[in-house]
Design a protein around this ligand. Structure first.
Ligand code: GDP
Length: 338
């Protein structure tokens, strides 16, 4: 199976073209700026709290210092294991020394990178024919918005996209998806309210094959009935898709709400098990100062994080790359050089 490589065409560092006045090009936020803006709340808490520990002059790295550091880290929801790894690293290397906050922030970056790196993976795509992506998740997780954002990402990459409005029990979700499709320039296949989602998936994939589309994104029910029921429904959708495109679906993405807390995370686990998910879309990372939750999500679900959602607009979705993510989270935290 091939992998998608999303370009970074909107990078602001590129020289502006003559058709694009310099001021306009500078005003258009690039992907790193959007990521930074989305993670600003978490970044602020992290850097302010870590710097606050150093307010007492000549502070030594001792157990009291390490406890305060642990408390600051835990506030971002990165989880006790990641916080402990950072504390242990600082203790081992810097104990009984007077250090600069940047040295501690650097340890945070190194330790988080080691934990997040395994959660990085490409986006699978079809070798020939349309790439089919199934999207699952609890109602309210940000599924519809994430489908719109994915659509935008593919269209920006020059791909033609057709959507399958498979959450047929939520008329409002179908309407919202249709609105996004119109706005973003994608086609949409929908059915009568309450119709069999598998029939919508079938028609959407058929349209993608016949119309030579590059990508078909199929929405699925966001209500959690019994797991057996959900499995049955998703199994049927998978079968009708695979009949038309043998390797499909190429990805089954689980949308998770980063602000939702433990309860919602355990609900999402039900979807993961029923749906045979291949990756996570972590939505609403901008919604709280607890963006560190990406660490336990990546570790608990045992699935790669494929995209992160950092806002409500169609542009606010980024393929997850741990080094970029940590640069956006920590860049502003370091003291300016000189
Ligand atoms: P669905 O029920 O799972 O389809 O969820 P929706 O896509 O309708 O999203 C629920 C709410 O979350 C809406 O108000 C969205 O605008 C909002 N939302 C979705 N993704 C994000 C995100 O990444 N950041 C923020 N701040 N809001 C989001």
């Amino acid at each position: 199976m091939a992998l998608f490589r999303f370009g970074r065409k909107e990078e602001p560092r590129e020289e502006p073209t003559s058709a694009e006045p310099q001021a306009e090009a500078a005003a258009k936020p690039g992907f790193l700026d959007r990521l930074k803006a989305g993670l600003a709340k978490t970044a602020k808490v992290l850097s302010t709290d870590v710097r606050d520990i150093f307010k007492r002059e000549g502070r030594l790295v001792d157990e009291e210092f390490l406890e305060e550091l642990r408390a600051a880290l835990v506030k971002t929801d990165m989880g006790p294991a990641a916080a402990e790894a950072i504390v242990a690293d600082v203790r081992e290397r810097l104990r009984a020394r007077v250090v600069d906050p940047d040295v501690v922030l650097d340890s945070i970056r190194t330790q988080l990178l080691a934990r997040l790196k395994p959660a990085e993976a490409g986006i699978a795509s079809a070798a020939t024919g349309p790439t089919v992506i199934l999207v699952t998740g609890v109602n309210g997780s940000g599924k519809t918005t994430s489908i719109a954002k994915l659509t935008r990402l593919f269209i920006r990459d020059g791909k033609r996209v057709v959507l399958g409005a498979g959450d047929t029990f939520r008329a409002a979700a179908v309407e919202q998806l249709a609105m996004w499709a119109g706005r973003l320039g994608a086609e949409i296949v929908r059915g009568e309210p309450g119709c069999d989602p598998a029939s919508v998936a079938h028609r959407a994939v058929a349209k993608a094959v016949e119309g030579g589309f590059d990508v078909c994104i199929v929405d699925t029910a966001g209500r959690l009935q019994t797991q057996a029921n959900l499995m049955q429904e998703l199994g049927k959708i998978r079968r009708v898709i695979a009949k038309q495109v043998p390797d499909a679906p190429h990805e089954t993405l689980l949308v998770i709400d980063a602000t939702a807390g433990q309860n919602a995370l355990s609900q999402a686990k039900g979807f993961r098990e029923a749906a045979g998910c291949t990756g996570i879309v972590l939505a609403k990372l901008d919604g709280s100062a607890r963006g560190g939750v990406i660490v336990p999500v990546a570790e608990q679900f045992g699935l790669p994080v494929k995209f992160v959602g950092v806002g409500e607009s169609a542009d606010d979705l980024e393929p997850f790359r741990p080094d970029e993510f940590l640069a956006a989270l920590l860049e502003g935290s370091f003291a300016p050089a000189g």
